[in-house]
Design a protein around this ligand. Sequence first.
Ligand code: CP
Length: 282
Amino acid sequence: MTKHLLSISDLGQSNIIRLLQLAYQYQNGETVFGMVPRNKILATLFFEPSTRTRLSFEAAMLKLGGSVISASDLATTSCAKGETLQDTIRIVSESYADIIVVRHPEAGAVADAAKYSAVPIVNGGDGNGEHPTQALCDLYALWNALDGELSGRTVTLFGDVDNSRAARSFASVLFKLGVSTQYIRYNDFQPRSWRDADAIYITRPQLERKGSEDIDLDSYNEQARKAIQEVPDALIMHPLPRTGEISKELDDNPRSIYFQQAKAGVPIRTVVLAYLLGIVQL
Ligand code: CP
């Protein structure tokens, strides 16, 4: 049966730990799996904007020895003429690509499309649904920062968390690893209950999603600033892009690990590709 990565629920706890360990070894120059032939092709189909997810998957495939084809704008594909995502996936998977990463504005659309695929599909973010590889990058950065000691920790998720697929998937993976989560939603600021957090995960307002369009940015950014101040020892996390909720002054603070989260993109996604292409087991 074709393996996909559509949700964090597709991976068990031991798979996740092994994935982190392989990414660490790979990042440190160890040979943990072979290369793929140049005629193995990754297709990236991105129907929403992306910098990190698309480019890190493409870099990962190129580093693995394979090749990449890409559609980064819905308007330049036949979807703009009314072709369904299911038909698009059928065509690309049966004729062009050995593995496909899809980002789509509708929650559930990538999982539905996977039913029509002859090759592995990775969910590169579906609306306010899931973003499993972002969660793995976030977890990897946290795992490194805490020297591999995750069990019994607490992470606070701050902001527009209900519409953030990154926060949703991160909460799922933390739960699997025995990390407690607490939520501080925008306009529900109760600092006293969450002072013991080991990390605070700030999300941006998801202005492109229904229900988040009217968020007041100044007030959101002010609440984020206060939240960070309330947990002076916690690591500061953010899946990026940031839009004002984390100031540049925090960039050199040793608590800030958001650029490490982004840096995890290539090693984590290389292992994900290697696993789904069958050159390494988890
Ligand atoms: N965190 C994240 O998904 O970034 P991109 O939207 O740039 O891919």
